[in-house]
Design a protein around this ligand. Structure first.
Ligand code: AHG
Ligand code: MN
Ligand code: MN
Length: 339
């Protein structure tokens, strides 16, 4: 009996991340395999973190470390574990000369001075949800270094601006674990098959619906929001849109990417620039959403057009379906938009 698709006995398992990367090698900027290796390194660390997330309740990984990160936020044990796993994977992979992490004050030099890339990363997004078994994620952003190969990376390598990213994406540790990324040629999604320990191509080309019926924000901050943001949210409610807010940016973002919708983290009294960090939350998710046909704005311009000045700077984030983001931005006071 010939082995053909007619024989349902052995259905093909699909395209692994590895095989996909090799096939798409030619599309990658500076196609010499280094960026491919970086994506493999990130996928490996994601598999390890996924294992920790899946058994968090059974190990000592639950709970807080009893210390704060550079953001002044209480570090959860899994924040620290994920941080170590990604930095170690990127160091051992050899292609990243430095890493900027939400959990580290300054640049982490990997020792790979011949590496042509630097990576900014939020190792564990949604930390407040770790202990209550709600979806969490990892967000990454990749730049080609601008400093000479052979030397250590500098601030300049990380402060190039969002439109200089060569790749960006996220891992969602959800009801299934997915890796979603772009290299500037659209957005692709892989789903993790635990039994085989592989990411398989599940979404060859992800596009966000032009509009949607979901808005995602922490309405507990309502009285801090600018009037135009409140006006927009009031319009959403008058149109009987659905409020959906997980408290993990990656989870809310991913749902809206597939169903259409808008996620908002406006400036608040506690975070006058917004809570989310530009280099490893705003920029990478803005790169992905624009590649998927959506928009990411700050209220005074596109997220990707913000000039970065600090590693851990924060910026407002309004991200999702182009029509919904446009409706919000159209309400922003004119003086708030750049000349
Ligand atoms: P992180 O866990 O990396 O600090 O990110 C948390 C972010 C984001 O994931 C989430 O949408 C937002 O913080 C929730 O903030 P609030 O609890 O203030 O709504
Ligand atoms: Mn985060
Ligand atoms: Mn985080």
């Amino acid at each position: 009996m010939s082995i053909t698709n007619e024989n349902a006995i052995a259905q093909p398992v699909g395209t692994t991340l590895e095989r996909y990367i090799m096939r798409k090698q030619a599309e990658f900027a500076f196609a010499t395999g280094e960026l491919s290796q970086l994506l493999r390194d990130i996928a490996l660390a994601g598999k390890i973190v996924n294992r920790e997330v899946n058994r968090a309740g059974l190990t000592s990984i639950i709970g807080a470390m009893g210390q704060q990160n550079v953001q002044g936020e209480a570090q959860q044990k899994l924040d620290v574990e994920a941080n170590i796993r990604f930095i170690r994977a990127l160091t051992n992979g050899g292609e990243a000369c430095a890493v900027l992490s939400e959990e580290e004050d300054d640049i982490i030099h990997t020792g790979n001075c011949q590496g042509k890339y630097v990576v900014a990363i939020d190792p564990l997004d949604g930390s407040s949800n770790i202990d209550v078994n709600i979806s969490i994620g990892t967000i990454f952003s990749i730049y080609r270094r601008v400093t000479p190969v052979g030397l250590e990376a500098t601030r300049e390598d990380f402060l190039q601006g969002g439109r200089k990213q060569v790749a960006a994406g996220y891992i969602l540790y959800g009801s299934s674990t997915m890796l979603v990324y772009t290299t500037g040629h659209g957005v692709v999604g892989f789903t993790y098959e635990n039994s085989l320990g592989e990411f398989f191509l599940s979404h060859p080309s992800i596009r966000i619906p032009a509009s949607g019926t979901t808005f995602s924000c922490n309405e507990g901050n309502w009285f801090d929001y600018a009037q135009y943001v409140r006006d927009f949210l009031t319009q959403c409610k008058q149109q009987r849109m659905s409020g959906r807010y997980v408290g993990s940016l990656v989870a809310d973002y991913h749902r809206n990417l597939f169903t259409g919708g808008i996620y908002l983290y406006p400036p608040t009294a506690k975070n006058p620039q917004g809570k989310l960090r530009l280099l490893y939350e705003g920029y990478p998710l803005a790169f992905v959403i624009e590649q998927a046909g959506g928009r990411a704005e700050t209220g005074t311009g596109a997220v990707l057009d913000i000039e970065p000045t600090e590693f851990h700077q924060r910026a407002p984030l309004y991200v999702g379906s182009a029509t919904l983001v446009q409706d919000l931005v159209a309400l922003a006071p004119v003086e708030a938009t750049p000349a």
